[in-house]
Design a protein around this ligand. Structure first.
Ligand code: IMP
Length: 446
């Protein structure tokens, strides 16, 4: 049965969680899985009158019949995961019995967060700025970069190793000295004492990690075998894979590098990230999620930054504050160059938060960029060039007024809103299958 994929086409925060929720409500999926990233992602889940922000557990956790999987392409902070599980259990949501963590996933270790913080400071120092002034990558400080780097350079620890104390101890004996070399270098570069940036002790790390390994043991499994079974079954056992971040935070997005995350965020990463062999008969729909405007948190090229009074309006109406860091998200108009590039990675499109653009008199879309007086229509090959580009707004369309949050059919939307959607469809070359018009589960048009 098919593997459907939800993938972000911008810089994360497109509202993928709400689409996952709506899709799972159809009842055809038995799995909701993640395949890349870690606790840098964030989505809000409402339980009664309580709101929880989850970072690792897939967005569909509230669908009680759906099994939840964390794939081997993810990097998992086991302590963060335990906190999320405990919060959910406290609110009466059974998650332990339906959470499956790939034994092949690498872990975010406590030292990875420390390295994330320190390394970004070294980057900023190298250019004579603070991280907050645009000197570093301005990461979410969840340890993502160091954990992926350690994983790739073979100094990571897998879930399978964590849950076997003897193996864990042997791994720490090899890994910790390597990490400590990095820590000593960072201490020296940043003028920090061992109290401020402490070296790791193998014995202490083992004592800290052994209990969390015991806690994780019942959830650790060969997730790919379970998923394969579902995908090969003839009954309705669909799998919904949920991407974290978006196309322009992908480590392979040329124009974003190095101001990006450390994983491949596109639909390309699904099979590897779930540990599955690629079979074309398994691929169902690939749904690209596009917010009706764009946002970014961190140090990103934003030639279409709104910058006028509508910046604050969109930020406020759209609730554009980072779920992971609480930072204000910068809001931008759409950029046709980015949309076109990102849409290569999906079959159909879901537009979110169209309601947020209501009451904006003129909505532009950039159709070209200008660098050193030269206009061009392909994305630049380097972040440095991209940071210097200015937009050419080839589309400037009048907006719409009135509350659209109660509309359920695209054809009933105001004419100008329909024209805006048609422009997005034309730029991307993809059909729009849904349009979000409010935060509630039923507030969307088809
Ligand atoms: P990292 O993934 O924590 O290393 O952060 C790298 C960059 O990606 C930073 O600019 C972050 O703000 C950004 N980022 C990572 N995850 C997300 C996300 O889920 N939404 C928005 N931005 C993100």
């Amino acid at each position: 049965m098919p593997l459907d994929i939800i993938t972000g086409l911008q810089r994360g925060d497109e509202g993928k969680g709400a689409i996952v929720d709506r899709m799972l409500a159809t009842g055809v999926y038995s799995w909701n899985v993640r395949f890349q990233g870690g606790a840098n992602a964030g989505h809000t889940v409402t339980v009664g009158d309580q709101k929880l922000i989850l970072h690792l557990i897939p967005s569909g956790v509230m669908h009680k019949k759906v099994e939840l999987g964390l794939g081997q392409g993810m990097i998992i902070d086991p302590f963060g995961l335990r906190e999320e599980v405990e919060q959910l259990v406290k609110l009466g949501i059974d998650v332990i019995n339906r959470l499956y963590v790939s034994s092949g996933a690498k872990l975010v270790m406590p030292w990875d967060k420390m390295l994330d913080w320190a390394i970004d400071r070294v980057r900023a120092k190298a250019v004579g700025k603070k991280v907050e002034e645009g000197g570093g990558v301005a990461t979410t400080q969840r340890g993502i970069g160091p954990a992926y780097a350690n994983a790739i350079s073979r100094d990571g620890i897998t879930v399978a190793q964590l849950i076997r104390p003897k193996v864990l101890e042997k791994r720490l004996e090899v890994v910790v000295p390597v990490i400590n070399c990095t820590i000593r270098g960072l201490q020296q570069e940043l003028g920090l004492s061992n109290d401020e940036l402490p070296e790791i002790s193998i014995a202490e790390a083992f004592e800290q990690l052994k209990p969390i390994g015991e806690w994780l043991t019942p959830m650790a499994c060969q997730l790919h075998n379970l998923l394969r079974e579902s995908l090969m079954s003839v009954s309705d056992k669909w799998v919904l894979a949920e991407g974290g971040q978006g196309r322009f935070l992908s480590v392979d997005a040329l124009c974003s590098y190095p101001s990006c995350t450390s994983s491949i965020t596109t639909s390309n990463a699904v099979f590897a990230g779930l540990g599955l062999e690629m079979k074309k008969e398994w691929i169902g729909k690939i749904i690209g999620v596009v917010k009706a405007y764009q946002t970014a948190v961190g140090n990103h090229p934003m030639p279409t930054y709104i910058g006028n009074e509508y910046q604050a309006q969109i930020q406020e109406v759209g609730g554009e504050f980072g779920a992971t860091t609480g930072r204000k998200r910068d809001c931008c108009w759409l950029n046709a160059l980015e949309l076109r590039e990102a849409a290569r990675f999906c079959d159909v499109i879901y537009v979110t938060k169209l309601d947020v653009l209501t009451n904006i008199p003129l909505i532009p879309i950039a159709t070209a960029l200008v660098l050193n007086d030269d206009p061009f229509t392909e994305l630049p090959e380097t972040w440095d060039e991209y940071m210097q580009c200015h937009p050419l707004y080839g589309i400037n369309m009048p907006g719409w007024t009135g509350d659209i949050s109660g509309i359920r059919k695209t054809e009933d939307l105001p004419r100008q809103a329909r024209i805006y959607l048609a422009k997005i469809a034309r730029i991307t070359g993809k059909r729009i299958i849904g349009v979000g018009v409010g935060p509630e589960r039923e507030q969307y048009c088809t």
